[in-house]
Design a protein around this ligand. Structure first.
Ligand code: SF4
Ligand code: SF4
Length: 142
């Protein structure tokens, strides 16, 4: 895990403090290398503000003139999170596919790194990274 501190870079339209979370690597990978962030379909966005208000990572800001959210800090988004898309009442928010995410999980050796962390608190009784990646459905424990 990373010990990098995210600096405060300003405030959003509601006056809430904003940090630059993009400086924090994702499992050792530069966050800005991973194009995981929301895209808004303005053809269907109703401007309700749920995404802007609820995202704690301040990915969104608010365009007062257009009365719509904007993806102001895309790399503040947590890789793998899609909460805003799930709660958007208009299905106006899109993310890359699960396959895109799985490629990064493999490329960054996330499974191996996670096992190493969990091994600190439990006996090593699990499959290898290769086994998990190759045969996820074959493991009855999953
Ligand atoms: S939650 Fe959906 S409809 Fe509401 S402002 Fe965000 S994108 Fe638009
Ligand atoms: S996916 Fe999560 S972190 Fe990313 S913008 Fe939506 S609510 Fe924020």
């Amino acid at each position: 895990m990373s010990n990098v501190e995210a600096p405060v870079i300003g405030k959003d339209a509601l006056g809430r403090p904003v940090k630059d979370l993009s400086v924090i690597p994702w499992w050792g990978v530069d966050r800005k290398e991973i194009e995981w962030y929301p895209k808004i379909n303005y053809d269907v966005c109703a401007g309700c503000g749920i995404c802007f208000v609820t995202c704690g990572r301040r990915v969104f800001d608010w365009d007062i003139e257009k009365e719509r959210p904007v993806v102001a800090r895309p790399y503040n988004c947590m890789v793998g999170c899609n909460t805003c898309a799930m709660i958007c009442p208009c299905d106006a928010i899109e993310f890359p596919s699960k396959e895109f995410l799985k490629k990064w999980v493999a490329k960054a050796h996330v499974t191996k790194k996670a096992f190493e962390i969990v091994d600190q608190i439990m006996p090593k009784n699990h499959l290898s990274e290769e086994e998990v990646t190759a045969t996820p459905e074959a493991d009855p424990k999953r």
